[in-house]
Design a protein. Sequence first.
Length: 198
Amino acid sequence: METMDSRIEVLRADIQQCRKCSLYETRHHALVGNGAENARIMLIGEAPGAEEDQQGIVFIGKAGQMLDKILMACNFSRDKHLFITNIVRCRPPGNRPPKDEEIAACLPYLERQIELINPSILITLGATALRSLAGGTSRITRDRGKWQYYGTRLMMPTYHPAALLRNPGLKKETWEDFKEVIRKYREMADPGHPCNYV
Ligand code: SF4
């Protein structure tokens, strides 16, 4: 009989062996994502960077360190509360944005993963993740901080941590967005979730 664990393993193998777009030619790792496979919150970034591609772990470069600071302030642990992944699983050369056809080829993996992990809350990080899930007319500067639905799930768009490194002025808005997530997480999952700031 097919169990949840076996479906997760099949998805993992499908991603790691994937050659559905040309990004497979230059990758070192196709990243499945990291975190709790029963997480209530899923964070979705754009694509792996150089360090992530080398090590096969999501968000471990400078942007990852920025994300970790935010998550620590939220009292969200990568292992317990979250699953973190990307729209595109293989690194675009030179860190260019993924092309539409690469996103289209890769998106079914995310859809399968969302069904399997079954999070209540999705957080999109940056314009690519937002546009990929909410449609091409979305705009990060206009839509961030506002809850929307992806199917039946709540989705909070916010800035990508790499944008905060380039423009520290975006940190304040990003923190407001994460505070909204903490409030919603308390409503939906754990009323006693501790956080000193909310
Ligand atoms: S980016 Fe996605 S679709 Fe393209 S090869 Fe990697 S896993 Fe496959």
